[in-house]
Design a protein around this ligand. Structure first.
Ligand SMILES: [Zn+2]
Length: 497
């Protein structure tokens, strides 16, 4: 789920909720009723999955409110915690960018560390790290977030820093130019000089062909970065970076009333703006014939096969089933494709399968990096056979249970830290309007049946509907960068320092 894409979501449960609930469930189960007691119904409670119960309990303790200026606030207090995390999630990502202005949301991820009225350049970083804290920002197709984790008694510092840049970000020509240069360097490192990356961008562009919000990569293109004008960037900022287009989440050791008072003190006077609402174009019909292409890659050491399909959006029954399918196929060394392609046949050195968890139409992707002398045709055949078998016979109950165990682990450990809780809650509140839905998603994933996996796979992961990009290693550099694409650069980036 979203934990994977954010690269962090960690934790919460192990601290308090999980232990307490686990104990409660165990007590309930072991308290066998006295045999002389006449009970019409089995008095044992229906034992829910304890991990689901823990997350349920946690979300029921959240508090939500909205300031007069439209800023939504989600508080997840954990009074015993010695740390506190503050996260501001802006409802703007690369999906909001218009043609010719790709990469702007990501550019602001950098600009937001360049100073504001009361915070000098580099001071945000310095103030947080001097207290042993951590901070970062990330950009995806669907949102941008900024967060810091501090000792619990420094909550006000985190709020003040976020409020100051929400209110008075310094979008000067100087800051714009130096961050444009930084982002261009990042583009060279993460796209132009990264093995398989141009191919993945091409795959995503083809999967979402005709759906503009996801056709281009979050990092943008060199051409658009070069052409960007300061006024365009300032205009982009004016449309989206405002309290009524953001969710503030706080997780950790704080008192709710005190925290709300501080939120009002620092954010309450920031004016709302007329936010440009997301123009959601019609989603083109699913492809009915296979699309194939080849990308020559000067950075790749071996061939690779990247396969992708368009799938329904998150929080649908088909999506839950496909999330489980991805786990069955390639999560861990006992997964189906890893076991077959890497261990048994030694055809590949790495495999992956994942959904993107976009808030709009989504994608399912399988990537296979081949071994040096492997035949691509053989790899493709085996992949097809495994997908076909899973789609027609479904996973065994045992295989599905193993995938669910990994899902439990992702959720529980994914919510372990205050930072990951603040990030996850910010995403849920921004995407779906209710952070508590995180518990519903977890439960829905654990309800997936073998038949659900079969049905979703045969409906959405057919050969006819797929896009395949073959990567061929080459030694001669060539103009390799695709002009447009789609990407989820959700992973935190160690920039701005
Ligand atoms: Zn960056």
């Amino acid at each position: 789920m979203r934990f994977r894409t954010t690269g962090c979501v960690s934790a919460l449960l192990l601290a308090g909720g999980f232990v307490v609930l686990g104990t409660t469930a165990a007590v309930a189960q072991s308290s066998t009723p006295n045999s002389s007691t006449k009970v019409a119904i089995d008095p044992r409670p229906v034992v829910r999955d304890p991990a689901v119960g823990a997350i349920d309990t946690w979300v029921s303790g959240l508090s939500q409110s909205t300031l007069a200026n439209g800023l939504r606030v989600v508080l997840a207090p954990d009074t015993e915690s010695p740390t506190v995390s503050v996260c501001v999630t802006y409802d703007v990502g690369s999906r909001n960018e218009v043609p010719g202005q790709s990469g702007f949301a990501h550019l602001f991820e950098h600009m937001m560390f360049q100073g504001s009225r009361n915070v000098g350049k580099g001071e945000h970083f310095q103030l947080v790290t001097a207290r042993g804290g951590q901070l970062n920002g990330t950009t995806s197709t669907d949102r941008t977030n900024y967060f810091e984790t501090l000792p619990a008694n420094e909550l006000e510092l985190g709020l003040w820093l976020e409020a100051d840049r929400m209110h008075w970000l310094d979008i000067s020509a100087e800051n714009f130019e130096n961050q444009r240069a930084v982002v261009k360097e990042e583009y060279r490192m993460r796209v132009e000089n990264a093995a398989y990356r141009p191919a993945l961008i091409e795959l995503e562009r083809l999967i979402f062909a005709g759906y503009a919000p996801y056709e281009h990569p979050t990092i943008g293109s060199m051409a658009d970065l070069d052409a960007a004008k300061l006024e365009w960037v300032q205009d982009f900022h004016a449309r989206y970076y405002a309290p009524n287009n953001a969710v503030l989440t706080i997780s950790g050791g704080f008192d709710t009333d005190i925290a709300l008072g501080l939120v009002n003190k620092h954010f309450g006077s920031i004016a709302s703006v007329n936010v440009t609402s997301f123009a959601n174009p019609a989603v083109p019909p699913l492809s009915t014939s296979e699309r194939r292409t080849q990308v020559d890659d000067v950075n790749a050491k071996t061939e690779a096969v990247l396969v992708g399909w368009r799938i329904p959006e998150s929080r649908t029954e088909a999506h839950y089933a496909l999330e489980m399918a991805a786990k069955i196929l390639a999560d861990g060394e006992s997964s189906l494709l890893y076991e077959s392609l890497v261990r048994k046949h030694s055809l590949a050195r790495d495999v992956s399968a994942y959904t993107y968890d976009h808030r709009g139409p989504d994608a399912f992707v399988v990537t296979i990096e081949l071994n040096q002398n492997s035949k691509r045709a053989e790899v493709e055949q085996l992949l097809e056979r495994h997908l076909g078998q899973l789609a027609t016979q479904g996973p065994t109950e045992e295989v599905l249970q193993r995938a669910k165990q990994r899902t439990r682990s992702n959720f529980v450990f994914g919510l372990q830290s205050n930072q990951s809780r603040a990030i996850a809650l910010g995403e849920y509140a921004t995407y779906f309007g209710d952070p508590r839905l995180i518990a519903k998603d977890f439960e829905a994933l654990l309800r997936v049946t073998p038949k659900d996996v079969m049905t979703a796979m045969s409906r959405y992961l057919s050969k006819a509907a797929r896009t395949l990009v073959a990567v061929r290693p080459v030694t001669q550099p060539k103009p390799a960068t695709p002009s447009k694409s789609t990407a989820t650069t959700n992973q935190p980036k160690p920039e701005n320092r």
